[in-house]
Design a protein around this ligand. Sequence first.
Ligand code: ADP
Length: 402
Amino acid sequence: MTATRVLVLNSGSSSVKYQLLDMRDRSRLAVGLVERIGEETSRLKHTPLLGGGTRERTGRIPDHESALKAVAEELDRDGLGLDSPELVAIGHRVVHGGQFFTEPTVVDDAVLAEIKRLIPVAPLHNPANLTGIRTAMSLRPDLPQVAVFDTAFHTTMPESAARYAIDVKTADEHRVRRYGFHGTSHAFVSRAAAKLLGRAPEDVNVIVLHLGNGASASAVRGGKCVDTSMGLTPLEGLVMGTRSGDLDPAVIFHLARVGGLSMDEIDTLLNKRSGLVGLCGDNDMREIRRRVDDGDEQARLAFDIYIHRLKKYIGAYYAVLGRVDAVVFTAGVGENAAPVREAAVAGLEGLGLAVDPALNAERGDGARLISPADARVAVAVVPTDEELEIATQTYALVGKSG
Ligand code: ADP
């Protein structure tokens, strides 16, 4: 029997999201989530997709190891346990892979050490990702564990896009450069966009707008990323749910020197109390649109700032690419918020960009075009699927060994 199942784990600081896929037909066998790990109110929600319905466990799950053990027990109850010979590998989302992890990588001690070395540039994410990998290794030491990095897709950026214009020696000493994030999504979506256009990824130039709670744009030339809006950390670039995106770095000095805020307070301000939530108190685009429709001026301004930034990146990446075949919207906001898509390309007819109002308003599950039939540049909605992409990359790397 050929082993064809891949378990995908996305370990956050207090949560673990997981999916078990069968790569023969890329179907999902089970999906689930453990949240509030370490609190009294932990919860595991498990859904076997071959029938049986969602099951929930509540009550304290003290740490990631207990969380993964609980997940393994749930999978076991469905006959999908971690000891199944059909399981070929576990694929882990790792947020920061630095400059050198350009591909998915089978985890060994050296890889673990490098992910650990990157903690200073990803203090919120890499420790949790590491814990997830170590725990999975302890449960199935014989099974390949594959790290799939959010940064990998962006390692093709030329130095002109990847470097900040600061003293080179200082930058290199502290690994200060633009790494980019959401790479798994940008890779998946740019490829899916080429497919939607009926062309090979090598032949198309695409601007991908990943608009979720976190948001980033990328310029993809012939399947390779040449620029992206997030930088050293996921704070740079677009206006996000709670993050400011781009600002004059002197704002930080000003808040410290004149405002008397500590570095930690500024960090929290820019990452957690800025973006849409900072501008209008809400970070859910559904709520913001409802308020805009009710005539709320604060929500209107937040929406306008969000769109203004988005439009600037579309223009910038148009210039970076020279020729654009498609602008693609993805993630929670990009896939669902028709008014965001409409406003982002409004007035860009001179660049060959437009949306057809009826197509834009239609709801649908799959990838679809929303530009008029005669448009010079395609505008599309492509649902992202980071878990499927992680499973695909994991299986491509180790599938044949199963
Ligand atoms: P992340 O993975 O970054 O947490 P998602 O890609 O799931 O985020 O996107 C979540 C966001 O998508 C929500 O905060 C909300 O703003 C937006 N969203 C989800 N559904 C809709 C919808 N129907 N209309 C508008 N915005 C939506």
